[in-house]
Write a protein that binds this ligand. Structure first.
Ligand SMILES: [Zn+2]
Length: 82
């Protein structure tokens, strides 16, 4: 990662350095980017509205499930509009 990823930076600004699902504090090293709607289900890859910051365990737990199947954690994550 030699170049700064502007999407990642924008997500950090919007999501406030926290995992969207479990609210753990993230650093730039531990943060991962999750697709709210999986690409395999037609989610937009580069759309900020389809991307959230989350920690690696949550990302792996969610995998390719849509948020609705992953549980309601996202809806409890501060009322973000997604
Ligand atoms: Zn998490």
């Amino acid at each position: 990662m030699s170049r700064r990823n502007p999407i990642r930076k924008a997500l950090f600004n919007r999501d406030g350095n926290r995992c969207t699902y479990c609210q753990i504090t993230l650093s730039h090293k531990t943060a991962t980017i999750d697709h709210v709607k999986p690409r395999s289900k037609g989610g937009f890859r580069k759309s900020l509205s389809n991307l959230v910051l989350c920690c690696q365990p949550c990302n792996e737990a969610k995998a390719n499930k849509p948020v609705s199947e992953f549980g309601d954690r996202l809806q409890n994550a501060g009322g973000k509009r997604l």
